[in-house]
Design a protein around this ligand. Sequence first.
Ligand SMILES: [Zn+2]
Length: 269
Amino acid sequence: MRVLIAGDMEGVAGITRWDQVMAGKPLYEEGRRLYTAEINAAVRGAFAAGADEVVVMDCHGAGGDASFNSLIYDELDERCEAVVQDEWTGYTEMLEQGCDAALFVGMHAMAGAARGVLSHTVSGTSWRNLFFNGTRVGETGINAALCGTWGCPVLLVTGDDVVCEEARALLGAELGTVTVKRGLGRFSARHLAPARARAAIEDAARRVLAQSPAVKPYDPGRPCEVLVELAAPEHASKYRHRDGVELRDARTVAATAPDWLSAWRRIYF
Ligand SMILES: [Zn+2]
């Protein structure tokens, strides 16, 4: 069994503020330790369920050279391997080769979600809303669609209660989730102690991988329209002459393609 673990930082127990997830800030090193420990918990669960190969992929844009590079590699479980990618959604090799399941650890809710801790979609400053064929999605939807492109189901999502609910609504009620904190607001939460959060993640990872997949791979539909409501008209200017991208109004851009990945690449890369 081959397992991909995609990680983000904002949904980790103990993390509530931007300074814990932005490179160079005093609290970032604490955030990295908490993040790496939760990833390791998922790795342990995957191996306990019988995984032969576990690859960890950091999806957190911490800024500069820390982007997609926030894990403390020296502390990673020695049985897994870790990918540092140039661009988010850029690394697809593991999925292309055939991957049995994906686990998403440390996820945050979509932009605008009430109580979603550190909620945003792609960019807190330039993106407001994202839709796949009319369904509003957050970053869980993006990662799930990437995995779904190669038929890989997402079996576990961890983060605050808001993203867990968002993920079940999108991927199905059978999805495994671990709520490591309850969102009280965008910058406030009631957390499990990190040690308990890790135990719950390890247990859930083992459980979802030990049974036959309860959730189907996510496909937003074919053809697929990816539509972004940007925060302000100036953010639309870079899309103005881009092939296959249409400006619907001063700050709304859309791309339609035969499949999700092709539409996404027109917008994102
Ligand atoms: Zn992030």
